[in-house]
Design a protein around this ligand. Structure first.
Ligand code: ATP
Ligand code: MG
Ligand code: MG
Ligand code: MG
Length: 339
């Protein structure tokens, strides 16, 4: 019998549009002889859209408003064999939707509440991975209240890391709200921006040189496997939103031209991180490789990475011989697997 799949896309985060374009690819690729797929777009206000509005949102690439409160609509998710929450960022990739689906008793693709929540928050991720002995840049946490009441303390904390440094909302993606801060004069604007998007902000030391950026895909549940390693190349100062989503500004190289030893370390560290964070299904683990010093640092773990036909995650698995349709089918199977 065909499996009934509910595909959730859009959502309330700054990655709403990215999610809808990933969803278009997944919708087209889930084999129709095996799956009966119903897409539901979630508006920027967090409401679940009915079928006609969903179709329109997928076509337009965005849904500003409309739809019903999630608590009214979640009952309609009953009867599905699995949900594919193809949502990025807060209110989608952070354990909230995963908690809702867990309570509703519906299997879903990807990490559960714990793995999603911890991996979404860059500070929590760093703390967990540090205790697992995984190398990372030095960092500090600041919360909005401190910035509002005692900006001087936050500025001093940043200065401990030296400049340039990176300021990021702790819970976001697609480089939304991230600044590279060259010196003290740029710090306040970067913190204002990050705090306008999140209560928690991470300050990160920059790698000693502009790093090479390596990414690896992890697939599986409690016995995951790692894909070949990919590399991103771009001319801009860092991998910002514009570079990520403007055609032609970044190149993907698979396999990354690195030594067998570095590739092996990347894949081992990615698997260790996946297990330490209790991830499931899939994750794309991103690294900084400083060629000058040989340092390999884990940057972050994305539990629902970009998923268009040309995104890094599916490209990495294609290089391993698993095509896009086979990959999404495998992800649904992993969702249905007893852990
Ligand atoms: P994604 O879209 O992959 O989820 P994100 O929004 O979570 O990304 P990061 O991956 O943390 O953001 O950072 C975005 C980019 O900023 C990195 O790919 C890299 O180019 C640059 N960058 C971030 N932190 C550092 C750092 N500590 N040192 C050097 N470069 C950095
Ligand atoms: Mg990320
Ligand atoms: Mg992300
Ligand atoms: Mg990243």
């Amino acid at each position: 019998m065909k499996k009934r799949i509910l595909l959730l896309a859009g959502g309330q985060s700054g990655e709403h549009e990215v999610s809808l374009s990933s969803a278009r690819s997944v919708l087209a690729a889930l084999p129709r002889d095996q799956f009966d797929v119903t897409p539901v777009a979630i508006s920027k206000q967090g409401r679940w859209l009915p079928p006609t509005d969903t179709r329109q949102a997928l076509e337009n690439g965005a849904a500003e408003s409309g739809g019903d409160l999630v608590l009214h609509r979640v009952a309609s998710a009953e009867g599905y064999d699995a949900v594919f929450p193809l949502l990025h960022g807060p209110m989608g990739e952070d354990g909230t939707v995963q908690g809702l689906l867990t309570l509703a008793g519906i299997p879903f693709v990807g990490s559960g509440v714990l793995g999603s929540a911890v991996s979404m928050d860059k500070v929590m991720t760093k703390q967990v991975l540090a205790s697992a002995g995984i190398p990372q840049v030095d960092w500090r946490l600041a919360v909005r209240r401190e910035w509002q009441r005692d900006a001087q303390t936050v500025r001093a904390r940043a200065a401990e890391l030296d400049f340039p440094l990176f300021v990021k909302p702790a819970n976001l993606g697609s480089s939304v709200g991230i600044s590279k801060v060259g010196g003290p004069h740029e710090l306040d604007a970067a913190l204002d921006l990050a705090f306008s998007l999140d209560r928690r902000v991470i300050l990160e030391a920059m790698t000693t040189h502009k790093p090479r950026e390596l990414e690896v895909g992890v697939l599986g549940n409690d016995a995951p496997t790692a894909s070949p390693v990919g590399e991103l190349r771009f001319a801009s100062e860092f991998y910002d939103y514009e570079t990520k989503y403007t055609e032609g500004l970044a190149e993907i190289h698979i396999p990354a031209p690195i030594s067998g030893d570095v590739a092996r370390r990347v894949r081992e560290l990615a698997l260790s991180a996946f297990l330490a964070l209790d991830c499931a299904g899939l994750a794309r683990v991103d690294f900084f490789y400083v060629e000058e010093t040989g340092e390999l640092l884990l940057n972050e773990v994305n539990t629902m990475p970009g998923f268009t036909q040309t995104s890094m995650y599916p490209k990495l698995w294609e290089a391993a011989g698993i095509g896009y349709s086979e990959l999404v089918t495998r992800l649904v199977e992993l969702a249905l697997e007893q852990r």
